[in-house]
Design a protein around this ligand. Structure first.
Ligand code: GP9
Ligand code: MN
Length: 630
């Protein structure tokens, strides 16, 4: 028989190792089977294998700091909590197709939804998530003599060193796979895929703590200060454009043109137009050729935020992920109050950019996301559904809506790295700069243009066109500074900070059936779309924090601020990076003093906007309005 001393089952380290193995196995099992993580390559597969290790060694290791008497209990409690976190996500995912976040945990509503169907959401196979706990407890009880968890200091140090090592490898591989993963936080599925479920929760906790501390410190005086600023700005409040009410009661269709910059409009490549349909459309539309995106790291989600709120995105991260539970006064919510049905349509996962949560805060009635489209290998590329099938499949969805609707269509195919996966998609030869992304960009833009053409055809054929106004805009740049060499070849000029700022122009086409087109030179940005749209529909804003102005207003100030602090007016271009000041008409660099007031205004305005978002100041709006009435 075994000597007690030699029996492995009595060894603390053996127990620890087996438990860690169990926990790793079920975490890996969950990552593989319970969530849809779209593993794309061998590196990601490898990440998935190692990703639970660092955090489970770390957390289980914490139990070793307890007094020997308490250690077993501490160990099992931690083990149970980790298992519970894992299983809770598995069940939550079955229902919401998303991962739990702390703010969501605090929103009892979500769990109310879940409550009724919790039973239906558990499967017999789920026993696998719990059976290990039974085994471990039995082990501890049966071997009650001395299943010691007595570790030498050196062993403890090794456990934490291993945790750190695995964590570092995991993080650097993740960063390689998705640069700026932690800063941008665009997608929980991506975070879980690249960091694992436990690290994801640590990250989520830190983020939540950070944003909620800002919120706690804020008070309503700060809101008054911001309102004073906004109301003192020229032409902000109650200033109507010439077209006020001209589209009263019409449906509104917003089309977000993914990564579409204005330089593609009217451009020819190999003698062919890159955007033949948009070029035609703009002739009988209001076409704004001095229109800029104001987005930051939140990319598409920032553009959505800016357009619906007339406030800026954040200097770091995306409002959609950091402050999704704030109080807002967004266009969808306002329009809902006017009898509209606000919806968003997009062929990517509902949780991407936290849209599923944020859309509720913005007042959308429904989000038609990937789940509701028929997405196959063939009809998708890159992030999801290709633009043409996206518009085709969207038609019955919007036809089924109560009118009038406010429907936002987010295109996706023209997204970095600009991939086509079928010859039919390639309607123009790529460019020949030798920079693959830039070269292919023209092909995917051309494809996007075709999809918009089809969309307009279908809207006409199906009788949706006449009663609808169309607002098409580029969401943000597509070609970053990393591609300046190729871009200077395309544009046939050097890309200085001046040209860089000018490249942040995106197309804006406002098409109102039955109304004649006009080229609009006013300098503006996405920040101006909320008042512009509301005014077209004849809706007055209330006492509201909005930083933009109606683009149709005759004497509006030609002005827009980019998220990096750059400013464009009719006279000047101020490039924040390197603090260069240029004469807008000639592109000549001039004395930076000319731009100083612009620079200061940008800092003030962006600062106020950030204050509102970080402090969740709009929650004080009701009391503020009350005071104003008195
Ligand atoms: C994905 C799409 C692209 O849903 O919005 O996001 P982006 O990377 O452009 O922000
Ligand atoms: Mn985008």
């Amino acid at each position: 028989m075994f000597n007690q001393e030699r029996n492995l089952l009595n060894k603390g380290w053996f127990f620890f190792a087996i438990a860690a193995l169990f926990l790793w196995a079920k975490s890996y099992f969950a990552l593989q089977t319970a969530f849809t993580l779209d593993i794309e390559n061998g590196v990601q597969q490898f990440i998935l294998i190692i990703t639970p290790i660092s955090s489970l060694l770390f957390f289980l290791g914490l139990s070793l700091f307890f007094k020997p008497k308490r250690r077993n209990k501490a160990f099992m409690t931690i083990y149970f909590l980790l298992s519970f976190a894992l299983y809770a996500n598995v069940v939550y995912y079955r229902f919401f197709n998303d991962f739990i976040t702390l703010p969501v945990l605090m929103q009892y509503k979500n769990f109310g939804d879940l409550g009724g169907s919790a039973k239906a959401l558990t499967h017999p196979m789920d026993v696998l998530y719990w059976i290990d706990i039974v085994v471990l407890i039995t082990w501890l009880v049966v071997k009650k003599t001395k299943p010691t968890l007595e570790f030498r200091k050196r062993t403890v140090a090794m456990i934490f060193a291993a945790s750190l090592g695995f964590g570092a490898v995991n993080l650097s591989l993740a960063e390689m796979e998705r640069p700026q993963l932690l800063v941008r936080t665009f997608d929980r599925a991506k975070l879980v895929k690249l960091l694992g479920i436990y690290n994801y929760h640590i990250y989520d906790t830190v983020m939540t703590a950070k944003t909620s501390s800002h919120r706690v410190m804020a008070d309503s005086d700060e809101l008054s200060e911001v309102l004073n600023y906004v109301n003192s700005q020229q032409g902000k409040m109650g200033a109507h454009g010439e077209y006020f009410g001209k589209a009263k009661g019409k449906n509104v269709v917003l089309v977000s043109l993914e990564s579409t910059q204005n330089f593609v409009i009217d451009r020819k490549l190999h003698g062919q137009e890159v955007t033949p349909f948009l070029n035609d459309l703009k002739e009988d539309s209001f076409y704004f050729n001095n229109f800029y995106h104001n987005t930051g790291q939140g990319k598409t989600s920032d553009s959505e935020f800016i357009i619906d709120n007339s406030m800026y995105g954040l200097p770091r991260g995306a409002v959609f992920t950091t402050n999704a539970n704030n109080e807002f006064n967004a266009t969808p919510e306002i329009l809902k109050g006017e009898g509209y049905t606000p919806v968003s349509l997009h062929g990517n996962h509902a949780s991407f950019w936290n849209r599923d949560v944020m859309y509720q805060s913005l007042g959308y009635d429904h989000y038609f996301s990937k789940q509701e489209y028929d997405v196959t290998e063939e009809n998708s590329v890159n992030y999801g559904l290709k633009d043409i099938p996206f518009f085709e499949q969207s038609m019955p969805m919007i036809k089924g809506l109560d009118k009038p609707y406010y429907a936002k269509f987010l295109t996706m195919t023209n997204h970095y790295p600009y991939i086509t996966n079928n010859e039919n998609m390639e309607m123009i030869e790529p460019a020949e700069t030798g920079d693959g992304s830039v070269d292919r960009y023209f092909q995917t833009v051309r494809y996007e243009d075709e999809s918009i053409k089809k969309f307009f055809q279908m809207m006409k054929e199906q009788g949706e066109y006449e009663d609808t106004i169309f607002v098409l805009y580029g969401d943000h740049y597509g070609i970053s500074e990393n591609h300046n060499r190729a871009m200077s070849e395309i544009l046939d000029k050097e890309i200085r900070p001046f040209e860089h700022v000018q490249l942040q122009k995106v197309p804006l086409i406002v098409h109102i059936p039955g109304m004649e087109g006009k080229k609009m030179d006013t300098v503006g940005g996405q920040i101006d779309l909320k008042p512009t749209i509301l005014h077209l529909l004849g809706i007055e804003e209330q006492n509201d924090v909005q930083f933009g102005t109606d683009l149709f207003k005759e004497d509006r100030e030609d002005f827009t601020i980019l998220r990096d602090g750059s400013v464009v007016t009719d006279e000047y271009v101020y490039a924040a990076e390197g603090e260069h000041c240029y004469d807008k008409a000639t592109g000549e660099e001039i004395d930076s003093k000319a731009c100083t007031p612009l620079k200061e205004k940008a800092e003030t305005e962006l600062g106020y906007s950030d204050k509102v978002v970080y402090g969740d100041l709009l929650r004080f709006m009701d009391s503020e309005q009350q005071e104003n009435k008195e």
